[in-house]
Write a protein that binds this ligand. Sequence first.
Ligand code: 13P
Length: 239
Amino acid sequence: MIICANFKANKTRQETRAYMAVVESFVSANDISDTVIVFPPFTALDHDPRNVLIGVQNGYPVANGAFTGEIALEQLEEFGIKTILIGHSERRHIIGETQEQIAQKFQFFAEQGFVIVYCVGEPLEMREAGEDVMMTYIERQFEGIDLAYPDLIIAYEPVWAIGTGLTPSNQDIEALHHALRAKTSAPLLYGGSVKVENAGEIMALENVDGVLVGSAALSANDFCDMIAQAAELNTQKGE
Ligand code: 13P
């Protein structure tokens, strides 16, 4: 199982330190063998990770250069960052990243050997337009993306489920993950309103290999609870 916390633009450096102390102690005290990744904001990347990976929420696909407001490879390398989130719906829909830019980013960070958590997901109107329209929409989010990249993790995050408290039915999650599984052998995460109350049941679904959690992961104790639920499932899922 892979359990990820995406802080988005939340938490200070000090708060992230306190959070990491709780999560790292929990992971070592409970002998957790699952992969745990935390994506803090840029300002809190200066952490020396023990048993939890630190990833970056975004990066500009160059070594360095004149790209005001961006963070590039050289700065990430200074912090030992080798994990990146690409294609998140907030970057697609709020910041306006195009599939072309996303694919460029993917290629650059893949060449650098990063673990890439690549996000896809449909807005509500696409889901409501029916299976074919929705799948075509998701298919386009794979343009320029190498689905055979060995350090790829895919996160399915329906846009309408992010930060809304809404989630697709378990059946719908399974159907989507089944379709993704036919395209790639990369681990498949689900994200969108995952919380302590539903994390276990979502992770138990077929072809769900973990979760990418936003707001509910801002509490270190709740995130640890979700990590414990994942660890419990390993025996049932034979991992
Ligand atoms: P929420 O868990 O707050 O819905 O956010 C999900 C998400 O976007 C994780 O990347």
